[in-house]
Write a protein that binds this ligand. Structure first.
Ligand code: URA
Length: 214
């Protein structure tokens, strides 16, 4: 039977909450699978849960989350209209960087979320999610430069926490963010162009009965 996107995401979330594939679940309060609209056009991928995210089991609910909401409001979006996830789904101790084996253990969950949501844009927040789609990329050089494939755009942005730490980045972050609607329109045009034309692979329709008599 066809499972709805929301059902599949809920079962991924249940797996994440029970996950012991790496050490990160130890000493955490909650797994943080990700949250938002299962049909979101834009999916944000951050790094990993922090203190508040661990407490609430929700992504980006601390100061970085407040800033992300402010950025979303600039383009008339609310967090419930996008999907927000992280590269690792349990909080690293003392908010340290996630380790390669931890990101590898968590990868199938994120891959599956991306497949199910099939977003038009994946926005990477910070260097760990950027590394998934822009290996070797330097955030100071590539932020705000989208990369397109035949399904979507990948859009690397600074991590909101980095901007809060360094207010000099605010102008660039906001300018990058304001380009999201334009990139969305580009991907929609791309998908419309590559969508198969109705009936293009089908036999021509049979002749009407009267004509086939001749
Ligand atoms: N920073 C992240 O990368 N993810 C969160 O969920 C919160 C803060």
């Amino acid at each position: 039977m066809d499972q709805s996107r929301a059902d599949i995401l809920a079962s991924i979330a249940a797996e994440v909450r029970a996950c012991k594939l790496c050490r990160l679940y130890q000493n955490t309060t909650n797994g943080v699978p990700g949250a938002g609209d299962p049909n979101a056009e834009i999916m944000f991928i951050g790094e990993g849960p922090g203190f508040h995210e661990d407490r609430q089991g929700l992504p980006f609910v601390g100061r970085s989350g407040d800033y992300l909401e402010k950025l979303l409001a600039m383009i008339n979006l609310q967090r419930a209209q996008v999907f927000i996830a992280n590269v690792v789904k349990h909080r690293p101790p003392e908010n340290r960087d996630p380790l390669p084996d931890e990101m590898a253990a968590c990868k199938p969950y994120l891959d599956k979320q991306v497949d199910v949501i099939d977003p038009l844009i994946i926005v990477t927040l910070g260097r760990f999610s950027m590394g998934r789609y822009f290996p070797g990329g330097k955030i100071t050089q590539i932020h705000g430069k989208p990369k397109f494939d035949d399904r979507r755009a990948y859009y690397p942005l600074f991590h909101p926490a980095a901007v809060l730490r360094n207010p000099n980045l605010e102008k660039e972050m906001e300018a990058d963010f304001k380009r999201l609607p334009e990139i969305l329109a580009q991907v929609k045009a791309l998908r419309a162009k590559s969508a198969p034309k109705p009936d293009s692979n089908q036999e021509p329709p049979p002749l009407p009965k009267q004509l086939s008599l001749f």
